[in-house]
Design a protein around this ligand. Structure first.
Ligand code: PMT
Length: 395
């Protein structure tokens, strides 16, 4: 399983419809999938490796004998979240049914536990041949999703069942198998994660316990739903999410600079970060001695969420978080009004709860008075539920 949750191996069999699979690569990418093309060796007679490399932006191999130390079949099998084989010839279907491993693609299929969808394309006599039908049946019984071919004009004068389906039908079925819809496709989402730190001197800072887990979970979920995601990460672990642009910051002022530059371009802002409300009035250049380190005078940081809200344009959706230890709902409703957000997730962080955990509990409040309890949910789950609320607000 990949970090993005959207890694697809696109297997290409040796049929003339291979040229139509070029469009499938592009549409998968449009839907937020990251595609590695694994053609069968003979399919290169129809479409060459250079085309697949140019379209996918990734290296292409057809045999296990290429890049031996990289153990490509195992790596690809482990990283693939989904496998789509389009087009699949009668021969390729037969090899898959027999569990053979005579090229890179069939090796990857055998080594992977990912859901697999097969899109056959061939002459009607080959498709209706009992041998092919039995193989298709066998693959279906093993959990493969096999898309029935279209009926229509084939290569040459013949007409019948066996035609490669339209890209739109393939993508629709593939999305169905994957179980997500790209419902945030074309939307730009800006997310903050982690906690800002305010330096006191050369070695000390004022900070908080945020790990960034919740913000990263939202970024990953939004990317999986097709959004164009930008994450501003304050003092988070050095993790990457493939496909997500991450800007790393330390202080509130650095976060403010990035937010101010990016906010106007986004459709959705999710302020999950724990932003320091105040900072030392003066940052000592060196390390303060024990004798000097007695009191710190603080000045207020700007309220970033309130600032963004004051300059929002119509149609932008703003999501805030509230970390409370008492009078949660009352304080949260007041915060929601003050900061001008559409959706607010309030969590009780008494004793440092929620921070750093994989689980969260709290209440989702909406501007229109909506309220939803979240009890012991994974942070990934909350991410999706919040994005559902965002979609509703976007209309
Ligand atoms: O990162 P994790 O370990 O996964 O933990 C998740 C979390 C506990 C950090 C998260 O669930 C959470 O509660 N985040 C918000 C923490 C917080 O700063 O709450 P607040 O009540 O102080 O702020 C309210 C809102 O205003 C927040 O959206 C905050 O980003 C924003 N804010 C706050 C202060 C400030 N100066 N500027 C702001 O924009």
């Amino acid at each position: 399983m990949s970090a993005s949750g959207r890694e697809v191996v696109l297997g290409v069999g040796a049929g003339i419809a291979a040229y139509k699979a070029c469009d499938v690569v592009r549409r998968l990418q449009d839907h937020g999938f990251l595609v590695t093309v694994v053609p069968t060796p003979s399919s290169l007679n129809f479409v060459g490796a250079a085309t697949w490399e140019a379209l996918s932006g990734r290296e292409v191999a057809t045999q296990v004998w290429e890049n031996i130390p990289g153990v490509a079949h195992v790596r690809l099998a482990q990283e693939a979240d989904f496998i789509l084989i389009a087009p699949a010839t009668a021969d390729l279907i037969s090899r898959l049914a027999q569990g053979r491993a005579d090229d890179l693609l069939t090796n990857v299929v055998l080594a992977s536990g990912a859901p697999i969808m097969v899109v056959p394309a061939m002459h009607p006599h080959m498709w209706t041949n009992p041998g092919t039908m039995e193989n298709v049946q066998m693959l279906r019984s093993r959990g493969f999703t096999i898309l029935d071919p279209d009926i229509g004009r084939l290569t040459g004068p013949d007409v019948g069942v066996g035609r490669f389906p339209d890209t739109a039908r393939i993508i629709e079925n593939f999305e169905g198998m994957v179980g997500t819809t790209a419902d945030l496709l074309g939307r730009k989402i800006l997310i903050t994660a982690g906690g800002t730190r305010e330096p006191i001197d050369a070695v000390r800072y004022i900070g908080n316990r945020s790990s960034g887990k919740q913000g990263f979970a939202i970024a990953q979920a939004a990317f999986a739903r097709g959004a164009d995601v930008e994450l501003i990460a304050a003092n988070c672990p050095d993790l990457e999410i493939e496909g997500v642009h991450i800007t790393r910051v330390e202080t509130t002022q650095e976060m403010q600079t990035v937010l101010e530059a990016r906010f106007d371009l986004c459709d959705i802002l999710v302020m999950c970060a724990a932003v320091a409300d105040a900072k030392p009035a003066y940052v000592h250049e060196g390390k303060l001695s024990k004798e000097e380190y007695t009191s710190i005078s603080l000045i207020k940081n700007p309220d970033l969420l309130a600032e963004m809200s004051s300059r929002r344009r119509e149609g932008q959706v703003l999501v805030g978080f509230a970390a409370e230890t008492q009078d949660h709902l009352e304080s949260a409703r007041a915060k929601m009004e003050r900061k001008g957000v559409d959706i607010l997730y309030v969590n009780d962080v008494t004793g440092g709860a929620i921070f750093g955990s994989d689980i969260t509990s709290g209440t989702i409040l909406t501007r229109s008075g909506g309220k939803m309890e979240v009890n012991d949910a994974a942070k990934d789950t909350l991410a999706d539920v919040l994005l559902d609320h965002v979609l509703f607000q976007l209309g």
